[in-house]
Design a protein around this ligand. Structure first.
Ligand SMILES: [Zn+2]
Length: 383
């Protein structure tokens, strides 16, 4: 057996693989596979259709039994345009913190789990621990869907180690996002009525989204456990036009819904679609037939909610020592595990406040807290 590697050392290795979602994560997966292999643990690779990305699944302890799944994603968000004090892909440690891209979101959890694998192997586990590491979480929880579909055994429960300060999170919102491309008809702006102004029609949509957002804010549905306590609609990117003296024939709009876990976003999407098909497009085509509006989905992941009295929540509370549970606004893979019938809780080291930012860091005491959590889990699974 190889000498046990500490969690910060393992984190140093993982951060060194610049696994931004747009590039392959296979070097990291190969490293983890090799590390586990050296410890005598075989793992299952679940690749994407291009073969350039892969999930990894492994079981420690008795095989073929439900057990507890520890889940984390291996991809990180880009560093482009961010002002980092040091190389984001080389861990720098000072003041009790480890800095680097992915330290908190969420290689810190993955590293701690991996560093404790030798302890898992030495323990007489009666219930297995499954490791599930995914790709492309940051771009819409893509990879984990394949991983869940390929699971050789359905875990009895799952802990997703996204940063929660090691306190159990029992719900988060779901998200849908769309790109809308408006094709108008160009002409000289002095002849504006002869053209179809793509920016105008995209703006009609923006105004409609604003009204939807206001309705959700005032009429709900509400869940006081969330901040804000209702679903939200937001237009984030708007482009269109090339010169003031040309009626623009193209505009594009990215918008999203972040919905409460038990609030179905489908009627909202249908309402936007109805406005496009029944009002805007006929209006545009009355002037120029080739015009129209095309919408494509960018991201779609479900909301997440596990009953506060579920055994997985009780387990996470016991292991973390945290009494309170909370609901958060950001998304994770938890909703997909839960949807697959695997009771799930989100509980991991570090604070989401540091995620996706320049000089992202994880505090060493959070890694220590995660180690304590995992050691308690190991002991419990020997009972
Ligand atoms: Zn994350």
């Amino acid at each position: 057996m190889t000498a046990q590697i500490t969690s910060p050392e393992m984190l140093r290795h993982l951060v060194g693989f610049p696994t931004v979602s747009r590039v392959s994560n296979l070097d990291l997966i190969g490293f983890v596979e090799g590390y586990l292999g050296d410890l005598g643990v075989t793992s299952l690779r679940v690749a994407d259709e291009s073969g350039q990305k892969a999930n990894l699944f492994a079981t420690i302890g008795p095989a073929g039994r439900p057990g507890v799944c520890l889940s984390g994603h291996t991809d990180v968000v880009p560093v482009d345009g961010q002002a980092w004090s040091d190389d984001p892909f080389a861990v720098v440690g000072h003041d009790g913190r480890l800095y680097g891209r992915g330290t908190v979101d969420m290689k810190g959890f993955v590293a701690t789990v991996l560093a404790l694998v030798p302890e898992m192997l030495m323990a007489p586990l009666k219930t297995p621990i499954h490791l599930a590491f995914s790709y492309d979480e940051e771009v819409g929880c893509i990879g984990v869907r394949r991983l869940i579909a390929a699971l050789p055994v359905r875990p009895a429960m799952c802990i997703v180690g996204e940063p929660t300060g090691m306190a159990p999170v029992i719900a988060h919102k779901g998200k849908r996002s769309y790109r809308v491309e408006v094709t108008g008809f160009a002409c000289h702006s002095s002849q504006a009525p002869r053209g179809v102004n793509a920016v105008d029609y995209a703006a009609e949509l923006v105004c409609h989204l604003r009204r939807l957002a206001a309705t959700l804010r005032t009429e709900g549905p509400f869940d006081a456990g969330f901040d804000p306590p209702h679903s939200t609609v937001h237009a984030g990117v708007f482009t269109g036009g090339t010169a003031l003296n040309i009626v623009p024939d193209h505009a594009s709009l990215d918008w999203e819904i972040r919905h409460l876990p038990d609030h179905d976003p489908e009627p909202l999407v249908a309402e936007v679609e109805r406005l496009v098909r029944a009002v805007l497009e006929p209006d545009m085509r009355a002037v120029a037939p080739g015009t129209g509006i095309r919408s494509t989905e960018i991201i779609n992941y479900p909301g997440f909610a596990v009953p506060a009295d579920a055994p997985v929540v009780a387990l996470a509370r016991t292991l973390s020592g945290a009494n309170a549970t909370s609901k958060v606004a950001y998304g994770t893979e938890a909703g997909l595990f839960q949807q697959a019938g695997i009771p799930t809780v989100v509980c991991g080291p570090g604070s989401i406040d540091q995620a996706h930012k320049p000089d992202e860091f994880i505090a060493l005491d959070q890694i220590a807290a995660c180690e304590t959590f995992l050691r308690r889990l190991i002991r419990r699974l020997c009972e």
